[in-house]
Write a protein that binds this ligand. Structure first.
Ligand SMILES: NC(=O)c1ccc[n+]([C@@H]2O[C@H](COP(=O)([O-])OP(=O)(O)OC[C@H]3O[C@@H](n4cnc5c(N)ncnc54)[C@H](OP(=O)(O)O)[C@@H]3O)[C@@H](O)[C@H]2O)c1
Length: 339
């Protein structure tokens, strides 16, 4: 039988709590739950200035010690990508809920394998939290329902090249550019951005949705708001010139270049299209600041853990009915739906 958690008491430890995503998680939750938010990161001075503590996600013993010292952490928000599922295991075996904004399929699969452990401990892990994965998963869920079970889903993500994306997110994107893809680019309209060419990109949503929604073919594509930058980047990839970014030094260099180049606005859009025979359903969301949007999705997921009954175990966003109306809730933050 599945335990349904009836709402967590205690505090939330935000790992990466002053980064581009984590800062929104920290500030939003501090408004909703004053005195119950502990931001953290490797910079002790910065963390303490915000009323938080030092945490290094790469130091499991130190992480255990922080949890022991704080004593009443009931939710950990993971706003930085660790090397493996070790931190998730530490939280879940203690019955501490986890909200993870990570976007790497391998890591999400490793955490998914902890489902039994989480369920036994009465803890809930919420994965695929953010924009992509995250809002894309929720839109996919809806368009899949709208066509009565899709044969194919296409997801498209447009990111603002002018946004100051966090270093950890840029590092992730650069690593993605070095990975092989097989699907083709696609032209389509994105609300507020006109007709765009989007290119296949290894976002985790396309892999998890095949399992969670049972859709045989799911592809996620990416473009930037700057057309020339999108064209240049994916021309380099096609020419095989980005395969080298698997090397640590080239990855660091490209991450530094992208972190400093701000060539557009900070708007973002996500769109989902589902197909079944002649049937087609489409939904899109658009807003400003994907880091902020990711933080807001995480904050809403944590609020749900504090206030609602959520089944124990490891779940992706689209598997939790308590979060089904998240797109509507985000309208209050300027993230709006468009068809
Ligand atoms: N699902 C989505 O749609 C989505 C969207 C955007 C980002 N993301 C993910 O969100 C994560 C954060 O992105 P971001 O843009 O916020 O990056 P960021 O601005 O670089 O923030 C990372 C934060 O984590 C801290 N940190 C780094 N390494 C750490 C470690 N070993 N232990 C503890 N804290 C550490 C950093 O502070 P210190 O360096 O001082 O420790 C910083 O506060 C990335 O993994 C990214 O892939 C997901």
């Amino acid at each position: 039988m599945t335990t349904v958690n009836s709402g967590a008491a205690g505090r939330v430890l935000v790992v990466g709590g002053y980064g581009a995503v984590g800062a929104t998680v920290t500030s939003t939750l501090a408004k909703w739950f004053p005195g119950r938010v502990v931001p953290s990161g490797r910079d002790e001075v910065r963390a303490r200035r915000l009323g938080g503590v030092r945490v290094d996600a790469g130091d499991p013993a130190g992480f255990r010690q922080v949890l022991d010292e704080l004593g009443d952490v009931s939710v950990v928000a993971l706003c930085v990508e660790p090397e493996d599922a070790g931190l998730a295991r530490i939280c879940l075996e203690r019955g501490i809920h986890l909200v993870d904004v990570g976007a790497t399929h391998r890591l999400l699969e490793e955490v998914t394998e902890l489902h039994g452990l989480a369920a036994a401990a009465g803890a809930t892990a919420v994965l695929s939290v953010g924009v992509a994965p995250g809002l894309t998963n929720l839109l996919a869920w809806r368009v899949n329902d709208a066509v009565g079970g899709a044969e194919r889903i296409d997801l498209t993500v447009l990111l603002g090249a002018g946004e100051r994306h966090g270093t950890d997110a840029v590092r992730w994107t650069v690593a993605g550019l070095g990975k092989p893809v097989t699907a083709r680019a696609q032209r389509l309209t994105l609300p507020g951005f006109g007709v765009r060419t989007a290119h296949p990109f290894p976002f985790s949503d396309q892999y998890t949705l095949r399992r969670t929604l049972g859709v045989p073919e799911v592809t996620t594509r990416l473009c930037l708001d700057s057309r020339p930058l999108t064209a240049a980047l994916f021309a380099l990839r096609r020419a095989g010139l980005l395969r080298g970014v698997r090397g640590a030094r080239q990855r660091q260099l490209l991450t530094r270049v992208f972190s400093r180049a701000h060539l557009g606005d900070d708007g973002f859009a996500v769109r989902a299209d589902a197909y079944r025979g002649e049937r087609h359903a489409t939904l899109a969301l658009t807003g400003q600041g994907q880091s902020r949007a990711t933080g807001l999705v995480a904050a809403h997921a944590i609020r749900t853990l504090f206030t609602h009954g959520v089944p124990a175990g490891v779940h992706h966003l689209e598997q939790l009915t308590a979060l089904a109306d998240l797109p509507e809730q985000l309208a209050a933050h300027g993230i709006t739906a468009a068809c």
